[in-house]
Design a protein around this ligand. Structure first.
Ligand SMILES: [Mg+2]
Length: 118
């Protein structure tokens, strides 16, 4: 399985099956409040890998010169995503619809007076 041959629905099901195998939640469904909180913990673990990096380190990451760190980032990102997939499955949120909706909102939003990304 990879990004090119896997749907988001299939990933949601994979995470749900893991929850069932582990006996997490009620019939594999955990309280969405707890899942959202756990997601922020995992997001903090992801951010730890960027903490105190200077620009040279960031450039090294982006150039593929620190594969060990990228592997750790990937693992924490997977934790974040798994909770996100679980949360959206539980609440009946279609991720694709919501991302496309948000892209449309941002596309049509007037620019902010100061945008450091420009
Ligand atoms: Mg983690």
């Amino acid at each position: 399985m990879n990004d090119c041959d896997t749907t988001i629905s299939a990933l949601k099901e994979q995470v749900h099956q893991l929850c069932l195998r582990k006996g997490w939640g009620v019939e594999g469904v955990q309280d969405p409040q707890h899942v959202a909180m756990a997601m922020t913990v995992e997001m903090s673990e992801l951010l730890e890998h960027f903490q105190w990096l200077d620009h040279a380190h960031v450039e090294a990451l982006m150039a593929g010169r620190d594969p060990e760190r990228v592997a750790m980032i990937a693992e924490e990102f997977a934790d974040v995503m798994m909770y996100g997939l679980q949360l959206t499955r539980t609440l009946g949120i279609d991720i694709t619809e919501q991302v496309m909706r948000k892209i449309d909102i941002v596309d049509h939003r007037p620019p902010k007076p100061y945008n450091p990304r420009r």
